[in-house]
Design a protein around this ligand. Structure first.
Ligand code: FMN
Length: 174
């Protein structure tokens, strides 16, 4: 049976959700069984062998749904391969360099012995919730900075780690 991966997320305006769906699609293409679900809707990790958790960044913290997910499922998470991703920067910085996790996420990674973390660019567009979002948009700092080829490449690397097969299908040489 193929490895079952949960890709779950905390997202206010849907852009982190779309990243999670892209990750799940890429894992599925690589032969894994993967689904993307909003973090509050996940009752149990029993059906999954590995977990990827993503959170939008808000004022230097992970989205509260992603933080709560890590707390609620900490025991089950500690027993499974776990990767985290953040989505936030509203500029090309995440494509140009590695952006480390915010302090809360860094601490959670240590507690849960997570395998790794990546920061992807964020997205803020017309219709986003909240007055701060409106202010950012009015000041001309919105836009879509998600790099989908980079997101797919990161997910393909996770698939390779989980299956022991290098991206592209050739057996990993270890
Ligand atoms: C009120 C507000 C605060 C934000 N704070 C941060 C931040 O601290 N760091 C960051 O990189 N991006 C920040 N962003 C950008 C968001 O992380 C980005 O829009 C992200 O894609 C949102 O994800 P979501 O659409 O899944 O909610 C902020 C956006 C808003 C509206």
């Amino acid at each position: 049976m193929s490895t079952r991966v949960l890709v779950t997320y905390g997202s206010t305006n849907g852009s982190t959700a779309r990243i999670a769906e892209t990750v799940a699609e890429t894992l599925t293409e690589a032969g894994l069984t993967a689904e993307a679900l909003p973090a509050p809707s996940v009752a149990s990790l029993d059906p999954y062998d590995a977990v990827i958790v993503g959170g939008g960044l808000y004022a230097g913290r992970w989205h509260k749904d992603a933080r709560r997910f890590l707390r609620r499922h900490r025991h089950a998470l500690a027993e499974r391969p776990l990767w985290l991703f953040s989505s936030g920067p509203l500029d090309p910085s995440a494509t140009q360099r590695n952006i480390p996790p915010v302090p809360g996420v860094r601490k959670a990674m240590a507690r849960l012995d997570a395998q790794g973390h990546v920061t992807f660019g964020g997205c803020l567009q017309e219709g986003a919730k909240g007055w701060v979002a409106g202010m950012i948009l009015r000041s001309g700092k919105g836009g879509d900075f998600r790099d989908f080829p980079a997101i797919r490449a990161w997910a393909a690397d996770r698939a390779a780690e989980l299956t022991g097969v290098a991206p592209g299908g050739s057996p990993a040489t270890l």
